[in-house]
Each structure stands twice: as C-alpha cells, then as structure tokens.
Design a protein around this ligand. Structure first.
Ligand SMILES: Cc1cc2nc3c(=O)[nH]c(=O)nc-3n(C[C@H](O)[C@H](O)[C@H](O)COP(=O)(O)OP(=O)(O)OC[C@H]3O[C@@H](n4cnc5c(N)ncnc54)[C@H](O)[C@@H]3O)c2cc1C
Length: 427
C-alpha cells in the first residue's frame, strides 16, 4: 500500500483532482486496461452547478443536483476515490500533496474548476453571498427564509425593507436565473407563507456593469431576458458597478440600494493548486497546449474551467462552461488511452453546442448555432437538456417530479430552516 492507502499496481497511475464535469468524463472514458485511476475530491459528491439557483430558491433539494462520487465508481476495477483536498503539486518528485498525505502519480490531471472572483474586494467577499457550491446554495436558501421571518419580527420599516430586498450582481446566466427565481418566489410562494407581510415592499435588483445581460450570448438573448425580468418586477440596472457593501446598503457608481443580502455572481477565476511555475499561470488559470498539457510539464494535464487554452484565433480560450470541461475530459481520456497504445494524440477543438438561460415559468432564451429562440419552446428545451444532463436516474426523476409539482401548484415545496445561515461558515 502506498500513501492514501492506494494499492501499488503495475499499471501507470493517473491522479485526477476534481470530480466535476471534466473529471467525471475522464473517469468514464479512460481505460483501466492501461491505468490505475485515483480521483481526489474535497467533496464526496459531484455538484451540478447549473441548478444551484433552484436549491437556493427552494425549487429543488440538494440531493437532486448532487451525486455521490463513489456510486459513479461502482463496479469499476482499478479506480479509487479519496475524499480529501489537494494542496500542492511537487512536480520534481511526481507527487501530489493532499490534506491526508502525499500520493505519487505518473500522470496528474487538474480538474478543479473555478471559484468566485471578487476582483480583490475583501469587504464584498466577506459580506456577500456566493452561489458556487451546494453549501452556498443552502446558506442562501436559509437566509432568504430567515429574512422573511425577521421582517415580520421588526417594526422598523427601513430595516424591514433592507431585509426584504435582494441585490444580485452579475448579469450572466447565474444572475439572470437567480433574479427570475426570486421574483417568482415573491409573486407565487411567499404571499402564501407570509400573508401578513407586505411583499410589495420586496425588491429584487439585478446589477450589471456592462450595457447588456447575458453578454456571451446573441444580443437578442440579453434584450429578451431584460424584457422578461422587467415584466416580472425585477429592477435591472445596466452600466452599474457595485463598489461597496456595508451589510445594509449596496453602493454602486450611480445609486445606493438598501439591502442586507448581496449575491455575488459577477465572475469566476481558476481554482488553482499550488506548486506550478508562475509562467504556467495566466489570468488566474493554468495555461495548456492543445492536448490540455500544462505548459512546461510533460506529465501534468489540466481541463475545464481552471485551464486556459489560447490560440491565435481564440486568445481568450474557450468558454468556462460545462461543455468545455466535458469535451476536454473526454478527449484527454482518449488521448491518454492512445498514448498507452503508442498512438498519436488528437488536438482539442471546442464544438459549440449552444447556450441557454431560463428566466422563469415558460420564459427562457436559447441560442443553437445560428438560431435564436425564446419563450415556452426555449424553456422546454432548457428543462429537457438540464434534466438529461443531471447525473443519475434518481436525480432526474426527483427533479422532474419537483418541477411538475411546482408548475401545477405554483408552489415550491422546500422551505425549512434546518440549517440557519447565521453563525455558519461560508464555503
Ligand atoms: C451557479 C452556476 C451556474 C452555472 N450554469 C451553467 C450552465 O447553465 N451551463 C453551463 O454549461 N455551465 C454552467 N456553469 C458553469 C459550469 O458549472 C462549469 O463550467 C463547470 O462546472 C466546469 O467543470 P469543471 O470540471 O472544470 O469543474 P467543476 O465542475 O467545478 O468541478 C471541480 C471539482 O473539483 C473539486 N475541487 C476543487 N478544488 C479542489 C481541491 N483543492 N482538492 C480536491 N478537490 C477539489 C470540487 O469539489 C469539484 O468537484 C454554471 C456555474 C455556476 C457556478
């Protein structure tokens, strides 16, 4: 037995850090004929991040979007999972240092995804809510319910307003989807639970620094999303930059918004692991060549959000979305299989399968190739795509039942403060 109690094997060892979209694809495609594979993840589950906002707004339970990593490895020989955090790469000794001890590798694959980027604003980092992990989503869900309860307990009208207002920063898909879900909570769900609370005083603000929402999509998507959100009662502030937040008021470059809850969805940067040369890092991400090999290292690869694959035609790399991680993971696994067989590796090129965002009931925008569509058709496509992408049959069935029930009853079933946010650590 070696470190982390992994048996020694005659096969070369591939250590994968991260069981996200990219890491899972590696596990699916790499052959145990050639490699012993060790997955390291700080969580024991795969997190389906696109639906975190539904957990935060009581639409889905976390176990509908999270899936146990051990279950993915059932019946796979030569595959091992260790639930620990990767700390540092010791490339000279081909060793990864983890919280539970070091492990040797023949090939190392970094698939650690991204983390919330506060652009150096420590105050906002400390006082705002993020939406990147299941813990973040559960914290936000508890806080929303605690805010409603606290609003009923105070007779200070200004305090009540601050408790009931939400400021979401970042007009990308996460910000748009969360603002829409908050507006639906206000309209359909909270009035039933809190009949003695004047919910007309609840405001949802979506703040975006540029002049458009959904900036990475067709401009029509941003316009339509703005139209939908405005009709749903969300205040959309474009060309507006959040500058500070003291826990009670959000200060922007052109207005002040009274609110105790600021949700930061304005950017991400790579979740880096220490030990790589600074020349291999650019804009907070790991530079890789077209085979996802980290620049300057022969045995270290990097896929998904954490890597940056630049080319002359594409200086900013591919988009930080699930498809990039899945496609890179799939190709890298095949390339490592080819390497073991003495065959040539294939360079990566991203195939854009389209993008979409949902704003609310029967309202979504979708862009597939040259086609743009919105409304109920886009919403149905969005639901189908997300349902099929969830990991595990049970999760798909439970999510479908929840969505159907929510749709028919205009209700969201899960409004328990089992795990209050106050005094809890942020992830
Ligand atoms: C709220 C939200 C909504 C999104 N919506 C969409 C969407 O609609 N469509 C879309 O395509 N993309 C969406 N994305 C982006 C998408 O989720 C990411 O692009 C994708 O998850 C990247 O996959 P990945 O494999 O690189 O990393 P991830 O899926 O993030 O996986 C990283 C894994 O690494 C583990 N890890 C990290 N650090 C360590 C460490 N030090 N040690 C051990 N384990 C570690 C983590 O626990 C995690 O399991 C969304 C993201 C968020 C946050």
């Amino acid at each position: 037995m070696s470190a982390l109690n992994i048996p020694e094997s005659n096969l070369k060892r591939v250590v994968v850090i991260g069981g996200g979209f990219g890491g899972l694809k590696i596990l699916n495609q790499i052959s145990s004929k050639y490699y012993q594979v060790v997955l390291i993840d700080k969580n024991n589950y795969h997190n389906f991040q696109p639906l975190l906002y539904q957990v935060a707004t009581s639409g889905l339970e976390p176990d509908s979007i999270a899936y146990p990593l051990r279950k993915i490895l059932w019946k796979k020989s030569e595959f091992y999972f260790r639930n620990t955090k990767a700390l540092k790469i010791d490339s000279e000794n081909k060793r990864l240092v983890t919280e539970a001890g070091p492990i040797n590798y023949d090939f190392l694959i970094i698939a650690t995804g991204s983390k919330t980027n506060y652009f150096g604003n420590k105050v906002i980092e400390e006082k705002s809510m993020a939406l990147k992990s299941v813990t973040d989503a559960l914290n936000l869900r508890s806080l929303i319910l605690e805010n409603c309860e606290a609003s009923l307990l105070t007779s200070d009208l200004e305090e009540r307003e601050r408790l009931m207002n939400y400021v979401v920063v970042g007009g990308g898909p996460t910000g748009v989807e969360l603002s829409g879900a908050l507006a639906e909570l206000k309209k359909h769900v909270l009035p039933k639970d809190y009949p003695d609370l004047d919910l007309r005083r609840m405001n949802v603000h979506l703040v975006e620094a540029t002049d458009t929402l959904l900036g990475t999509m067709d401009p029509k998507a941003g316009e339509k999303a703005k139209e939908y959100l405005t009709k749903m009662g969300v205040n959309v502030w474009l060309n507006t930059k959040v500058e500070n937040f003291d826990g009670s008021t959000v200060k922007t470059n052109n207005k002040e918004l009274p609110s105790k809850t600021l949700v930061w969805a304005a950017g991400v940067s790579g979740n880096l692991i220490d030990g790589l040369d600074s020349k291999s890092i650019e804009r907070g991400r790991v530079l890789v060549d077209q085979y996802n090999r980290v620049e300057g290292y022969d045995e270290i690869y990097c896929i998904g959000d954490v890597c940056l694959m630049k080319s002359d035609e594409n200086p900013n790399g591919d988009p930080m979305v699930a498809q990039t991680a899945i496609q890179q993971g799939g190709l890298l696994a095949k390339n490592l299989n080819s390497l073991a067989k003495g065959k040539e590796m294939t360079p990566f090129s991203y195939s854009d399968k389209g993008s979409m965002a949902t704003i609310g009931r029967n309202k979504a925008v979708a862009e597939v190739g040259k086609f743009f569509f919105d409304g109920i058709l886009a919403w149905l496509v969005w639901m189908f795509v997300h349902l099929m992408a969830l990991v595990g049959f049970r999760n798909r069935v439970v999510a479908l039942i929840n969505w159907t029930q929510n749709y028919i009853t205009y209700d969201k079933g899960i409004r328990l403060i089992i795990r209050p946010f106050k005094n809890r650590e942020k992830d």
